[in-house]
Design a protein. Structure first.
Length: 299
């Protein structure tokens, strides 16, 4: 795609001790069929030699080094601020443990040109098995207090090949028009260190009249939960439960709370039984800590 100076994209990749996977993400960005692309890495205080690797092997990529771990949202906010100051039209967010097809950004930009300022997400597969969907956008069900990716773990059988409006798209692979950011702001640090900040951002976008779209022609692959250890881990359980509670305390109406506690308790009891029967005591403890946070977190 040529002549994209007026539609410049600033790609922001957040890194925390991802020296083994980060090169794959950056290479997939450098191979994009889009000539209006700048690439930036915001390092969140890595101690695995990531910065040295970047300076050596990717010296043409702009590097921002944080002394401390600011979390996913906080680090992305720094990258977004740099992009706005540099005059970018769009910000493209990519996890360091994800890669994108060579036409991913160009597909997203074409959709953005068509519909106007919005937030757009890709069809994201698991890295392995690579034919199973991790996210085709997401849905938020207020009555049950549930947040979930569309299509998760399903084999791709052309069920999610239509562009549709969704409640959220994951910031694992997300294109944002800077006009949206200038109107609603960036990620909320209340979700530190991660989980649900992208759901919150999309919710605010919709409240201000901006579309949130799933674009199936933009494709990515994700090594899920690389930072938290992969799969279901105690850290992931605790953070997801706590941050989902924060989200629903912020956005659910009073009448949703007639059913949210019942549905949440039912899901939690199901997990308790499964974890107990399989001896996953650390997950059980993390689940209890996450569940009790319902009564502790602020909006």
């Amino acid at each position: 795609m040529k002549d994209n100076e007026s539609h410049r994209v600033s790609a922001v990749v957040i890194n925390l001790n991802g020296a083994d996977l980060l090169p794959y993400a950056l290479t997939s960005l450098k191979e994009q069929h889009y000539d209006g692309l700048d690439i930036m890495v915001v390092d969140n205080g890595s101690t695995d030699g990531s910065q040295e690797m970047l300076r050596s092997d990717f010296s043409d990529i702009y590097l921002v080094e944080n002394k401390d771990n600011l979390g996913f949202g906080g680090a992305n906010n720094i990258g977004i601020e740099h992009a706005l100051n540099d005059g970018a039209r769009y910000v493209f967010l990519l996890n360091y443990d994800a890669v994108i097809r060579e036409d991913c950004i160009s597909r997203m930009v074409e959709t953005m040109k068509e519909i106007g300022p919005a937030i757009i997400g890709a069809k994201i597969y698991y890295h392995e098995p690579s034919d199973r969907i991790w996210s085709a956008g997401g849905r938020v069900t207020m009555w049950s207090g549930h947040i979930a990716h569309r299509g998760i773990r399903r084999r791709d059988e052309n069920r999610y090949n239509r562009r549709v409006s969704v409640d959220y798209v994951t910031a694992c692979t997300m294109l944002i028009d800077c006009a949206v950011i200038e109107t609603i702001g960036s990620f909320d640090d209340i979700y530190f260190p991660s989980y649900c900040e992208d759901v919150d951002l999309c919710r605010r976008a919709v409240q201000h009249g901006f579309p949130v779209l799933y674009e199936p022609e933009a494709v990515a692959w994700h090594r899920v939960s690389s930072h938290s250890g992969g799969g279901v881990t105690p850290l992931k359980v605790r953070l997801r439960m706590r941050n989902e509670f924060i989200f629903f305390k912020r956005y659910a109406n009073w009448y949703h709370w007639i059913t949210i506690p019942i549905c949440t308790a039912t899901r939690f009891m199901t997990c308790i039984i499964r974890w107990s029967l399989t001896g996953q005591w650390r997950l059980l403890g993390a689940g209890f800590r996450g569940f009790t946070s319902l009564f502790l977190v602020r909006k």
